[in-house]
Design a protein around this ligand. Structure first.
Ligand SMILES: [Zn+2]
Length: 228
């Protein structure tokens, strides 16, 4: 559920049951999830047939999502569990189950054949200027005992919390090896430019939070550790 009864804008596949119970649980608590459930503007879902992004206008008609709307994707684990609950065996491919039970009227694309599941959601895309700045800033953070670097000074001057830039990095440059390389240097040769207006940065941080919703671990397990 819910039962939308819409045709995809791009592939004309028919979605009667939106199957939103198969989004990852961590995403189903987001405010934007309520908008998606009620077919309102402000959130998007990746089409189960063609993987294109579908949103809604204010009267509930499908439309292309606006930039910055959080994107929801089905979870592979949730769909596998759903398949078993529908009486299929574990060996049945998801695409077969979907065509038989759930997404039964494809347009130009069969369901779940080239789908990007929540577990494999791509990192958030930033502009080249933003990436250059964040790399510079990571270098400055690691080398803070050698004096304040230019990117670090810009962050302080703009009154932006390091934690917020950390969220952008986690969403857009998630590979720890890439982060480590930026932090270690060599020092960037260019002078960093602050790449955001205040509003643009707010939007970016909201996008980053939305995109990280897929990958956040539950906070319930505390690991005990000893000092190195
Ligand atoms: Zn589609």
């Amino acid at each position: 559920m819910p039962y939308w009864s819409i045709y995809c804008l791009y592939c004309r596949g028919y979605i009667a049951d939106a199957l939103l119970e198969c989004l990852p649980a961590s995403k189903r608590v987001a405010a934007a999830y309520r908008l998606l459930f009620r077919a309102k503007a402000g959130a998007a879902i990746a089409c189960p047939y063609c993987n294109g992004l579908l949103g809604f206008d204010d009267s509930g008609r499908p439309q292309a999502p606006q930039p910055g709307w959080p994107v929801f994707r089905y979870g592979l684990a949730e769909l596998e569990a759903r398949k078993l609950a529908d009486g299929e065996s574990a060996a049945t491919p998801l695409a077969e189950w979907a065509l038989r039970h759930r997404f039964t009227q494809p347009g130009s694309h069969p369901p779940l054949t080239e789908y990007t599941y929540a577990e494999n959601a791509p990192p958030m895309k930033l502009s080249r200027e933003e990436i250059v700045f964040l790399r510079h800033w990571m270098y400055d953070e690691v080398h803070f005992q050698e004096g304040s670097g230019a990117a670090k000074r810009l962050q302080v001057e703009h009154g932006v919390a390091p934690a917020d830039l950390g969220i952008l990095i986690a969403a857009a440059i998630p590979d720890p090896a890439e982060q480590e390389a930026a932090g270690q240097g060599p020092a960037p040769s260019t002078v960093p430019q602050w790449p955001w207006t205040e509003q643009a940065l707010h939007t970016r941080i909201a996008e980053a939070r939305a995109s990280l919703g897929d990958r956040q671990a539950p906070a319930s397990t505390k690991v005990r550790a000893t000092d190195a």
